[in-house]
Design a protein around this ligand. Structure first.
Ligand code: ASP
Length: 342
């Protein structure tokens, strides 16, 4: 019997149509996919499209969307051989990161894809991305939640959207590819997570954590910024962690007393601070420069070479699991699913 894939359609360019306000998600995707893929259908696994409601532009993603996705996967896990999530590219890297922490190593493939031009439009990349995802959905075991895009298979928690205009929209600046989809398909299984000990449990639904909206903030350093930003982060009791986007190897303005005061007050109030570089490639090396060494003495955590998306989602994940400030300090350096290089 042909393998059966469940396609979860969340919205995004791949299923959008032109409206008076610009591109917007539209339903009826199963039919449109079948029409667009025509002659290649017999060579692919059969599939069913489940449209999530409401269909969204992924700019509207919130952590509760990740909960909804895992709940939906849990409901259908036993009924299908593989899963594809169709998602807008804008926040795809957040969703693939969040799902990788929530699901861990999977015994069935969970692949995420989308496109830069809607399905059915001239020069669209939707068909090739979807054909690649369908070809991989049940044929080879892929334990990591992964992104399939422009002929590449990428670990979900290492991807970043790097272009709004090119078909090559995603990259993993600090990670090797998990696979290449060209004339031949080349998969690098050794780079993937170890197979889970047992088939993904009935308890998959327990992984659908409830996130605390607004619990994680991102503060990007610039040569000068309004001091009021600091105070509002300090006063927001809902905000329990901050990703600090620093310069180069993880350096901060260590001559700026307002900034240093903000940092020590943040930690005093037991808000976690993670140091991440603004550079696309490479990681932080706290202490390589005197201007960064102060962070280690202050219990600021190194974000290693994680992407912003992965660090943001890992903090949300740890908080949603109920970890407090001290527990996060202890667990942060555990590499949960290859989200940083060792
Ligand atoms: N704005 C769209 C979205 O993220 C962009 C895309 O899908 O490429 O939903």
């Amino acid at each position: 019997m042909k393998s059966q894939v469940l396609i979860l359609y969340t919205g995004g360019t791949i299923g959008m149509v032109q409206t008076d306000q610009g591109l917007a998600p539209a339903s009826g995707l199963q039919e449109r996919i079948e029409m667009a893929m025509g002659a290649s259908l017999p060579d692919l696994p059969s599939f069913e499209v489940l449209e999530l409601s409401p269909l969204i532009d992924s700019a509207n993603i919130t952590p509760s969307s990740w909960t909804k996705l895992v709940t939906t996967l849990a409901t259908h896990w036993q009924d299908y051989d593989g899963f594809i999530i169709l998602h807008g590219t804008d926040t795809m890297a957040y969703t693939t990161s969040a799902l990788s922490f929530m699901l861990g190593a999977c015994d069935k493939n969970v692949l995420v894809t989308g496109s830069q031009i809607p399905l059915g439009m001239n020069r669209s990349d939707a068909t090739s991305n979807l054909q690649a995802a369908l070809s991989l959905a049940c044929s080879h075991p892929i334990t990591d939640v992964s992104l399939v895009f422009d002929g590449k298979l990428m670990r979900g928690n290492r991807v970043q959207k790097v272009s709004s205009g090119r078909f090559k929209a995603f990259a993993t600046p600090n990670d090797e590819l998990l696979g290449e989809i060209a004339i031949d398909m080349q998969l690098h299984s050794k780079r993937m997570l170890d197979k889970p000990q047992e088939a993904n449990p009935q308890s998959l639904s327990e992984r659908a954590l409830t996130f605390k909206e607004g619990a994680v903030a991102v503060l990007t350093l610039h040569p000068s910024q309004p001091i009021s930003m600091y105070q509002s982060l300090l006063d927001d009791e809902n905000c329990q962690a901050i990703v600090l986007m620093t310069y180069g190897a993880g350096n901060v303005p260590d001559q700026n007393s307002a900034f240093l005061g903000f940092l020590s007050e943040t930690l005093l109030r037991k808000k976690v601070v993670v140091n991440l570089t603004q550079c696309l490639h490479g990681g932080v090396s706290q202490g390589a420069y005197a201007a960064g060494s102060i962070l280690s003495t202050m219990k600021v955590l190194s974000g290693h070479d994680m992407t912003l998306e992965a660090a943001f989602c890992k903090l949300h994940f740890l908080l949603a699991q109920g970890n407090d400030y001290q527990a996060i300090l202890e667990k942060w350096d555990t590499n949960l699913c290859n989200e940083f290089s060792v």
